[in-house]
Design a protein. Structure first.
Lengths: 368, 290
């Protein structure tokens, strides 16, 4: 079994900065794990610790069942593709691809056949004799990927693999990398700050903030059950609406474990079916309600459980339109079908769709 | 290609091109004058006003290597072929040594900093801050004590030491500018530190090192002061030998001197010409990458 396991890994730099703070992470065989977070959250440091390019201050890093904390990068047999590709400028594409194989003491013929196989798979045949500076961004990216898969490493690491590509290239490369990773069936860690990249490529995503792993979950779970306010606001475009509210009343517990609760929000009172554990909160507790822009539906003004607001601005996004609603200083973002989009200045009523209301307690954690 | 050229001239305008030509001509004139004098007979070389039209002769070049005997009409070796060899050998060896040691030191300073790294670098730099003439007496004494005066070892060691600070600082700046990710990639690909240096870092700074080489060669090639004090008959370099042709009972033989100088310029011009592409890359290092 190949897998990567991080236990209570901490990285403190010489200047006292704690880049990674007691992080736990498991990546199973064949699993693609994305480290997602804003810049400076420690995701790249974490990747470099797995690679062996940074020493962990404390904690254990296990690769394929073996503790590798004290092994230098060259002995870890880990392949990594760098953000800026890090191709060897003085070597041709062919030599770049062959470079990792020299360390393995393979025969000339074996090296040639492996390089041929990789250049076939990544469509690099035509550019084998070129130097890196003669390549386009997409070609450089393919060479970088090729160089990382030419060996037979225990796991793969990608640092912001698509950040330098333009949008069209990004989509094709995304698909291509995904296909390759599926075939390789090795644990893979991808660092990215782009959530679309993470949501589309990852089996699971680890969301990081300020050196801490906030939540590790599948893309769907991350989206539907964000564990705290940071994850809730970080995942999803447009951002989730977060409204301060007070728990006004709690109804009867339903048989499926959910409960009907009433919240005072923006001067109105709405009721919604929420997770049963909301009942554990005291009446009058301060909570934050999270509603995704696509969880709102427009209803007739005066409908029960609706919030009333004025349309401040609309941004057409093609099939859908993003409407900014203003009420008592709170800005709410709603996504609606462009055909039924309201006009600026309209007074509208919106209601959260059933089961799509997230309740966060005072310390910002999801109540569930 | 020619199309592009015309376009470029057209763009910057004839007046500017003409201006550049005039400035270049002014700079080149002394070199031209030496070249011209090298092919003149003695009366032509001394003629006033300056003769621009004359019958060229190769006599001067012959006299560089063979001195006519006063009696008997034969000729003897002037020793200049040996001096040229000395200049090439001493210059080439010391600059190569300085470059090899300097590159290794620079890589160390850049990648494996010591405690007090900057202090060491500064100390190295201070050796270039003083005018060299200040050090001449201690060095002269040192050479006497160790019996290095007039030896190849002594002058090569001295020139190597002179070129080291420059080589270290130049090479360090080249290494500092390299993308560290590339080295990390090589480490991940299973390279030892030596292989990272040899196969990945070094090839990236060849251009810069070539530029450093040319600068150091020019400096060493022209060095006169220490060569005058510290070389003997066996190790005499061309600049010292040129100086020794001046004076004596016969006055200055301008034609002969110009011929020596013409020959003396050739190696430097050749090195610069061969390495000109590298030179350009070396000087603009860091500005065109990334």
């Amino acid at each position: 079994m190949f897998e990567i396991r991080l236990e209570k890994v901490t990285k403190r730099f010489g200047n006292g900065l704690v880049a990674v703070d007691s992080a736990d992470l498991d990546v199973n065989q064949g699993e693609v794990m994305c480290l997602l977070g804003p810049s400076g959250c420690g995701k790249t440091t974490m990747l470099r610790m797995i690679a062996g390019l940074e020493w962990a201050t404390s904690g254990d890093i296990m690769i394929a069942g073996k503790r590798v904390n004290d092994l230098p990068a060259r002995e870890r047999n880990v392949a990594m593709a760098f953000q800026f590709y890090a191709l060897y400028p003085s070597l041709s594409v062919e030599e770049n691809l062959a470079y990792p194989l020299h360390a393995e003491k393979l025969s000339r013929a074996e090296i040639a056949s492996r390089v041929a196989r990789v250049s076939e798979a990544l469509d690099l045949k035509a550019i084998l004799k070129r130097r890196p500076h003669q390549l386009g961004e997409g070609e450089k990216q393919r060479v970088a990927v090729g160089r990382s898969i030419v060996r037979d490493p225990t796991c793969f690491l990608f640092d912001e693999p698509l950040s330098r590509l333009d949008i069209q290239l990004r989509q094709t490369m995304r698909t291509q990398i995904k296909e390759i990773l599926a075939k390789l069936d090795k644990p893979t860690v991808i660092v990215t700050h782009d959530q679309i990249e993470a949501l589309t490529m990852a089996d699971r995503i680890a969301v990081m903030q300020k050196g801490k792993v906030e939540q590790v979950a599948s893309p769907h779970d991350l989206f539907s059950q964000p564990t705290n306010l940071f994850v809730a606001s970080f995942i999803g475009t447009p951002q989730m609406n977060l409204l301060s509210a007070t728990l006004a009343d709690i109804g009867q517990m339903e048989s499926n474990g959910s409960v009907r609760a009433r919240f005072a929000v923006l001067g109105e009172t709405i009721s919604a079916i929420v997770d049963g554990r909301v009942a554990d909160l005291a009446k009058g507790s301060k909570v934050t309600l999270g509603i995704r822009p696509r969880s709102f539906e427009f209803v007739d003004p005066g409908t029960t459980d609706a919030l009333h607001a004025t349309v401040d601005l609309t941004e057409p996004m093609g099939a859908e339109t993003l409407a900014h609603l203003i009420e008592q200083g709170a800005d709410m973002r709603c996504v609606v079908q462009s055909s039924v989009a309201p006009a600026t200045g309209d007074r509208v009523a919106v209601r959260c769709k059933v089961g799509q209301l997230h309740v966060f307690n005072e310390s910002g954690n999801l109540v569930r | 290609m020619s199309k592009t050229r015309t376009h470029v001239i057209g763009k910057s305008g004839w007046p500017r091109t003409l201006g550049a030509a005039v400035v270049s001509a002014i700079y080149f004139f002394p070199v031209y004058y030496i070249l011209m004098t090298a092919f003149k007979t003695r009366p032509d070389a001394l003629a006033m006003p300056i003769k621009f039209l004359f019958v060229p002769t190769l006599d001067n070049f012959y006299s560089v290597f063979w001195r006519a005997d006063i009696q008997g009409g034969g000729s003897t070796d002037s020793g200049f072929s040996h001096y040229f060899f000395n200049s090439l050998f001493i210059g080439g060896t010391s600059v190569s040594l300085a470059l090899i040691i300097g590159t290794a030191a620079a890589y160390g300073f850049s990648r494996f900093p010591l405690r007090g790294n900057d202090t060491y670098l500064f100390i190295i730099l201070t050796t270039r801050m003083l005018p060299p003439i200040i050090a001449i007496i201690p060095i002269f004494v040192l050479f006497r004590v160790f019996g290095l005066s007039g030896s190849y070892t002594g002058i090569i060691a001295l020139y190597t030491a002179f070129n080291l600070p420059f080589s270290i600082w130049m090479a360090k700046s080249f290494f500092d500018d390299l993308d560290r990710d590339i080295e990390d990639a090589a480490r991940m690909d299973g390279s030892s530190e030596w292989r990272v240096f040899r196969k990945i870092c070094l090839p990236q700074v060849y251009g810069g090192l070539a530029a450093t080489f040319v600068f150091a060669v020019i400096l060493t090639w022209n060095e006169f002061l220490f060569a005058l004090m510290l070389t003997g008959t066996e190790t005499r370099t061309v600049p010292v030998a040129i100086a020794r042709t001046i004076g004596g009972q016969v006055g200055v033989d301008w034609g002969l001197m110009s011929a020596i100088e013409t020959l003396f310029i050739i190696p430097v011009v050749l090195v610069t010409f061969v390495l000109q592409n590298q030179l350009l890359r070396g000087v603009t290092f860091g500005t065109i990458r990334k």
